[in-house]
Write a protein that binds this ligand. Sequence first.
Ligand code: NDP
Ligand code: TDO
Length: 287
Amino acid sequence: MLGSQVLLDVPDGWEALATVRGGVLPVELGDERPLLGGVDLAEPEDVASLVRWAGDFDAVIHCAAYTNVDGAESDEAAARRANADSCEVLARVCAERGARLVMVSTDFVFDGTASEPYTEDAPTAPLGAYGRTKLEGEERALAAHPDGCVVARTQWLFGPRGKNFPGTMLALARAGRPLRVVDDHFGSPTSTQALAPALWDLARLEAANGIYHAACEGRASWFELAAETFRLARLAPDLTPCTAADFPRPAPVPAFSVLNCARLADLRGGPLPTWRDALAAHLESSP
Ligand SMILES: NC(=O)C1=CN([C@@H]2O[C@H](COP(=O)(O)OP(=O)(O)OC[C@H]3O[C@@H](n4cnc5c(N)ncnc54)[C@H](OP(=O)(O)O)[C@@H]3O)[C@@H](O)[C@H]2O)C=CC1
Ligand SMILES: Cc1cn([C@H]2C[C@H](O)[C@@H](COP(=O)(O)OP(=O)(O)O[C@H]3O[C@@H](C)C(=O)[C@@H](O)[C@H]3O)O2)c(=O)[nH]c1=O
């Protein structure tokens, strides 16, 4: 989901090369976008060949990951490979080449017991395998490339391509399904369209270093996000709030993971848009 948006938002003066693991390219991006298939980013040989083939580069924005939060509980090794091994492989290559690495991470590195938005230096304590392996990726990337690695932690992503919560809600509602949605977990829904330019800034701005929280402004429960999605889409499904306990899932997840994004706003001269504005823009462009 996010990687395709980053590729669509290449800033003026930059050229980008994107990779996918399978041979199938996201054709809707257009044939002219430079995409390379068959690259496993956790495989040092694949990355070494890629770099030999691509030549000099200034930065890598690492969006690939194992994002099936529940699936990671029963296959942590696969999650670790995608979420941690790949970060170290890329960090080593970037360090050798003097290039910057921006790696995308998650609010799930926190345990969700806070009551105020998490700052970058708040203690991490992931509850499940997805968050644990993402945190390991952060640590291994920063250790391998201390002077040139930037970690961008984001959360609750939605966007025009790929599986995302507002899209799931719209599909279920259009299928006429009654919906019960968790109303006691809170985060900041964030659009890939708002986030991608911020990731490019983290890659471009020499002043950027260390960890940044990068999410849309404002907070919501999943229920509030569903309700706003239906309001904007002019749908009125049978929607009922429930607790997380009413909606059991394999992975333990944080109840409150709102991120304090002041550090990124200082760097860029302003915050990302509110999640409500970002959701409206998303639904206007992909109804
Ligand atoms: N979605 C969300 O709500 C959030 C996401 N994030 C982070 O943002 C980033 C982007 O997430 P999102 O766009 O949702 O991810 P997606 O799940 O949509 O896409 C992840 C991509 O990574 C690829 N991938 C996985 N392992 C490898 C590998 N070893 N080598 C090459 N490619 C690989 C997958 O390929 P394949 O199809 O072959 O498996 C897939 O195309 C991730 O780092 C994620 O952890 C952070 C917070 C929230
Ligand atoms: C489909 C459905 C989900 N839910 C709840 C379950 C869950 O708590 C919440 C969101 O469901 P998702 O499957 O989108 O959640 P999940 O995949 O856990 O979302 C997370 O993904 C990873 C990659 C991140 O990094 C996080 O920031 C976060 O976005 O909605 C309902 O309450 N009712 C429903 O009908």
